[in-house]
Write a protein that binds this ligand. Structure first.
Ligand code: PGA
Length: 244
């Protein structure tokens, strides 16, 4: 009943020209039947991406947004600006934003609320680092991230991405058992918070997803999709989206 969602996070990659070229090359191969496919380029490439995908089922997302409507926030972009550009999704609280730009559960919470109010679908990222995993703190840490980031929020449009930091960009993918164990746990925590909506909320796995591990990850009961970094920049993404 939950529609599969395959999202690509380009991070700080691809110019506008490279964005247009990517879609020219990739779009003919992408078969979105029955799946949501979302690409998240940089802010500057959003309009090109929206234009390039206008006549397709591929949707465009941003990698961040501010929770205020406007004002003195140098370098920031609002939900309204994203909507005007034709954006439908927004990644919120990616571990790189939390690590390098001091994003907190509290700011994530404000952003998620604003995104939902603005009819943008938020993809909220959580996940432990290697030290926390080795110390057995994964579940407590992820619970705290979910409870604080989603405080006061109960909405079936939410998307949660479980991205263990030790698997991001490292080539070390969580095994499907490790990924499912935490995604199942997340659904349980969502069940306490969001009751029946927890069965409708989509949970993604992210961290070194590629064309070889997509099928096994997607076979897990509580994994409804993936958030793909590195592999979304290459032709591999077509294989990931079209996995069978
Ligand atoms: P990766 O990145 O696929 O390159 O590991 C995932 C992410 O950061 O969303």
């Amino acid at each position: 009943m939950r529609k599969e969602l395959i999202a690509g996070n380009w991070k700080m990659n691809k110019t506008c020209q490279q964005t247009r070229q990517y879609f020219e090359e990739m779009l003919p191969g992408i078969d979105c039947e029955g799946r949501d496919v979302v690409i998240c380029p940089t802010y500057l490439s959003l309009k090109d991406a929206v234009e390039a995908t206008a006549k397709t089922n591929v949707k465009i997302g941003a990698q961040n947004m501010h929770y205020e409507e406007s004002g003195a926030f140098t370098g920031e972009v609002s939900a309204e600006m994203l909507k005007e550009a034709g954006v439908q999704f927004v990644i919120i609280g990616h571990s790189e934003r939390r690590t390098y730009y001091a994003e907190t559960n509290e700011s994530v919470n404000k952003k998620v609320k604003k995104a939902l109010l603005s009819e943008l679908t938020p993809i909220v990222c959580v996940g432990e680092n290697l030290d926390q995993r080795q110390k057995g703190e994964t579940f407590d840490f992820v619970r705290e991230q979910i409870e604080k980031s989603l405080e006061g929020i109960n909405d079936e449009r939410l998307v949660v991405a479980y991205e263990p930091i030790w698997a991001i960009g490292t080539g070390v993918t969580a095994t499907s058992e490790q990924a499912e164990e935490v995604c199942e746990f997340i659904r349980g925590v969502l069940g306490e918070k969001c009751k029946e909506n927890s069965e409708k909320i989509r949970i993604l796995y992210g961290g070194s997803v590629n064309a070889s591990n997509i099928k096994e990850l997607m076979s897990c009961k509580d994994i409804d999709g993936v958030l793909v970094g590195g592999a979304s920049l290459k032709s591999d993404f077509v294989k990931i989206v079209n996995y069978e």
